[in-house]
Write a protein that binds this ligand. Structure first.
Ligand code: PLP
Length: 448
């Protein structure tokens, strides 16, 4: 019997009259109408009709610990909120959180907190331009850096164009998109435009394009090329920060040292946040110590800072990363087995606590042993030519089947997934082994 979702439907009906597409962020407008959440409970959410779902959306990334704040986090949040919501003056807790990040992420000597990942990448791009006195930035095709003018650009380095209406072509001309994992394309763009490139802005893992891992040596190649041309290497760790690679972030996992790192999501413990960190001489160029203007009424908000600090301290003192990474691996291995027989053209992707099955079309047989816990983008793997490498590859897959059949099927089974196959899914500290087995059974049921 189908779940009763009448209250979600009625709320969506009301929402459509007063909010565009009924939502405040595009991805939430799922088919045929969104599940309106009333409350969270560990790894689950409960909707307005009383349905309970095992949740892999996890706020689209911030909720590493699940929906329940540990006691220490709840206490810190309540204390901060009860003392007064915010001040417009510095507070101790922002110093504490800054010190925590500086202690755990070696490339970060100084940090400025802002209110979203988008704001962090906007500020990082302005900083790179101010620091170098150059105009252009290199981004990855299929990379995502939030809803900002400089990065909502598609095409290639010679023919960049805005990827949305509302952005002038003349803005897009300063953004040079290149294919991820393509060292030659990177060198080429620097040979042509190197003296006007302020930075390379990339995610360590393309986390918003179905999860694409970097090939071995790719980040080192970016580092070397930036050094050669005097450009900054800006790593967008908004989604990977304090998730992939634990407290040292993805840059620790891959052993690379960016000049500037952007953070968001987990570092605010579930409250709105972003941050720009890096070497002191660069970060100090933000105003008022430097001449790159940067400011924000809510920046370093005491409730967010308290939640972020208590969350990261909880991670430092508990087996959070061991737990989520082990469950992530178990899930990816199980999913690889399931699709091996029944949908060998599909690819299981992800690392640490991120995972996804990308519904591809190229049929070259099941994933090999090297990728049994998620596609590694290993060029020596015989399946490599057909594994999804860009957002376009993911979009060319069976997106309709994913959005219209698979996702609603899983919802009906009581498992909540993000809107489309571009978006990563997340295991939280609240998920259990039993949850993982239940999830694998649901996938199996869809594929049988
Ligand atoms: C989510 C995300 C952003 C945007 O962050 P918002 O808080 O949604 O503005 C930027 N970069 C990456 C890599 C992200 O995953």
């Amino acid at each position: 019997m189908a779940r009763n979702r009448e209250n979600s439907r009625a709320l969506y009906d009301r929402a459509l009259s007063v909010m565009p597409a009924g939502v405040n962020s595009s991805v939430r407008a799922t088919q045929p109408y969104p599940t309106f959440v009333r409350s969270g409970d560990g790894a689950h959410v409960i909707d307005h009709d009383g349905n309970r779902y095992l949740d892999y959306v996890m706020g689209y990334g911030p909720l590493l610990l699940g929906h329940d704040m540990p006691e220490s986090v709840a206490a810190a949040v309540q204390r901060a909120a009860s003392e007064g919501p915010m001040y417009g003056a510095p507070t101790e807790v922002e110093v504490d959180l800054a010190e925590f990040v500086v202690r755990h992420v070696p490339s970060v000597e100084m940090i400025r907190f802002v209110n979203s990942g988008t704001e962090a990448t906007v500020s990082a791009v302005r900083l790179a331009r101010g620091h170098t006195g150059r105009n252009k930035i290199v981004v990855m095709q299929g990379g995502y850096h939030g809803a900002q003018e400089s990065t909502l650009v598609e095409g290639d380095a010679e023919h960049p164009r805005p990827s949305t209406s509302g952005i002038p072509q003349s803005f897009a001309e300063h953004t040079l998109p290149v294919p991820f994992n393509d060292e030659e394309a990177l060198r080429e763009v620097f040979e042509r435009h190197g003296d006007d490139i302020a930075c390379v802005l990339t995610e360590p893992i393309l986390g918003n394009s179905g999860i694409v891992m970097p090939e071995e040596g790719y980040h080192e190649a970016i580092r070397e090329t930036c050094d050669e041309y005097g450009a900054l290497y800006v790593l967008d760790e908004v989604i990977t920060g304090f998730r992939v690679g634990g407290l040292g972030c993805a840059q620790g996992k891959f052993g690379v040292t960016p000049d500037v790192t952007t953070f968001g999501k987990i570092v605010g413990g579930g409250f709105p946040v972003g941050a720009i960190g890096g070497r002191s001489e660069i970060i100090e160029q933000f105003s008022p110590s430097g001449d790159v203007f940067q400011s924000g009424t809510f920046s370093g908000h005491p409730v967010t800072m308290a939640a972020g600090l208590a969350t990261l301290e909880f991670c430092a003192e508990n087996d959070v990363y061991d737990h989520v990474n082990a469950l992530g691996e178990r899930l990816r291995e199980g999913l690889t087995d399931i699709v091996a027989d029944r949908a060998p053209e599909y690819t299981v992707v992800g690392t640490d606590s991120m995972f996804k099955v990308v519904f591809g079309r190229a049929n070259t047989g099941p994933q090999s042993d090297c990728c049994s816990a998620g596609c590694r983008q290993d060029p020596t793997c015989e399946r490599s030519p057909d594994c999804p490498k860009t957002g376009a590859d993911v979009a060319d897959g069976e997106t309709q089947r994913w959005d219209r059949l698979f996702r609603p099927f899983m919802e009906e089974q009581g498992i909540l997934l993000p809107a489309n196959q571009m978006e990563s899914q997340f295991v939280s500290y609240a998920h259990t082994e039993a949850d993982i087995e239940e999830t694998l059974e649901a996938y199996e049921a869809f594929f049988s």
